[in-house]
Ligand binder design. Structure first.
Ligand code: AMP
Ligand code: GLY
Length: 428
């Protein structure tokens, strides 16, 4: 079976890795820039923007791809799944109409509101700057300001954290007024990813991502600096009840789409803020998270290709999806200056550490040397019986890399986790 993997980041390297251990699967890949990890696992690669749909279709059909796995959101928004499926290539990834859950934040909020789905914060959608500015000036509390379209996780600004009220007004003006304004949620974030076969929503272990650039959750938002998961597949600041509610919210969202005749097939990613009143939806993504994919895929015990087959056939059940009961910690190395002014083209000295998994992300390889680019560089994942063990493995491997890169040392540490737990206790 030939499986086309679309995308060239750490998440897609992890996807290619789990596919490569499925019996009888060979990997074709398409990515904008050659990812050496994915390339090493592929029998054929196309270097091309993942949103160039005609080029991807030509590659997929000429190489006789049997299935496709879509990593990032941009090709979903470009309608890649609709077009591949027209050519008889089933996909792990939703059609355009279903991917709107991620690609159109106004659509998502309005759907949740219309169907009375729990966990929807109070929000208003705007299309012009004067109305949005007026709303901000009149609103009593703090707001989250979200551009309506895709921003690679970097477009959201929070009043009281990044901006004051006048800063918020200036920001919505700079965005041309096309924004969703939401109440600012206070709590602890967690990610719940699930495989969805159109009907069944099969959950994966909970993960916590760390969006802020610097230690202690300081600095601007990034694509995600790293993430961790626990051996029991939950998180110490999330109760069983919270987790069930979060899953229930995702099931309701899939049903709401279904009632409009839209079938969702692929990974659904729920980002939640666990608040005093339970989990609230920060956003849905129509794909695996990056880095969260690396946590859960590093734990997968079941055969990934079989999961894809069931997802496509609509026959997925919990039995098909098993994960090791270990902890994981993922730490991303990023170029110095990331995200605002990343230094690119810097060589790295890499010592392979067999105690951690390595996933390549945005790098260039020339004559056997790895160079930084402008986005996240390399991810190290430690897997261990305890969080401490997983953290120590990821940290040792990440800090052994020499060059103009940095990472967050605090991700997966007991101290940071204790702060999260305490924060939740204060709220409840
Ligand atoms: P997003 O791009 O939607 O994932 O948002 C980026 C980050 O902004 C999230 O990880 C949260 O930390 C924060 N955020 C988004 N929406 C809200 C909200 N309504 N209240 C508080 N924080 C939020
Ligand atoms: N880690 C956040 C995302 O993939 O959107």
């Amino acid at each position: 079976m030939k499986v086309l993997v679309v995308g060239g980041g750490g998440r897609e390297h992890a996807l290619a890795q789990v596919l490569s251990i499925s019996d009888g699967v060979s990997i074709l890949s398409v990515m904008a820039k050659k990812n050496p990890g994915i390339a090493a696992l592929s029998t054929d690669i196309l270097i091309e923007r993942e949103t160039n749909i005609p080029a991807v279709l030509k590659f997929a059909t000429s190489r006789r791809a049997d299935y496709a796995v879509i990593g990032p959101e941009a090709p979903l928004e470009a309608g890649i799944v609709d077009r591949l499926e027209e050519q008889g290539i089933p996909c792990m990834g939703p059609v355009l109409a279903a991917a709107r859950l991620e690609t159109d934040k106004a659509f998502c909020r309005e759907m949740m509101d219309r169907h009375g789905i729990a966990g929807c914060p109070r929000f208003r959608t705007f299309h012009d700057a004067p109305s949005a500015a007026g709303f901000i000036r009149d609103y009593e509390g703090d707001l989250a300001i979200k551009p309506i379209g895709l921003t690679g996780g970097k477009g959201v600004r929070i009043m009281g954290e990044h901006l004051d009220r006048e800063g918020a007004v200036a920001y919505v003006r700079a965005l041309g007024g096309k924004v969703v304004l939401e109440e600012r949620l206070i709590g602890e974030e967690f990610t719940l990813q699930a495989f969805v076969d159109g009907k069944h929503v099969v959950p994966m272990p909970l993960v916590q991502d760390h969006k802020r650039a610097y230690e202690g959750d300081e600095g601007p938002n990034t694509g995600g600096m790293g993430s961790f998961s626990m051996p029991d597949h939950s998180l110490p600041f999330v109760t069983d009840h919270d987790r069930e509610r979060a899953l229930g919210i995702m099931e309701e969202a899939i049903r709401a789409l279904g009632s409009a005749g839209i079938v969702y097939r692929g990974v659904l990613y729920g980002q939640f803020m666990n608040t005093a009143r339970g989990p609230m939806v920060i956003e849905f993504n129509a794909r695996f998270g990056d880095p969260e994919a690396m946590n859960v895929l590093s734990l997968l015990e079941s055969d990934f290709f079989t999961i894809i087959e069931h997802m496509v056939a609509g026959t997925l059940s919990k039995r098909d999806v098993r994960f090791k009961t270990s902890a994981t910690v993922c730490k991303y190395l990023v170029p110095e200056g990331y995200p605002e002014a990343p230094v690119s083209g810097e060589p790295l000295t890499l010592i392979r550490d067999p105690r951690a998994l390595l996933y390549y992300a945005n790098v260039e390889e020339r004559d056997g040397t790895i160079y930084t680019q402008t986005s996240r560089t390399l991810a190290f994942v430690g897997v261990g019986d305890t969080l401490e063990e997983a953290e120590e493995r990821a940290e040792t491997a990440a800090s052994a890399v020499k060059g103009r890169v940095r990472h967050r040392r605090d991700i997966g540490t007991r101290d940071l986790l204790a702060r999260r737990v305490m924060h939740m206790q204060e709220l409840r």
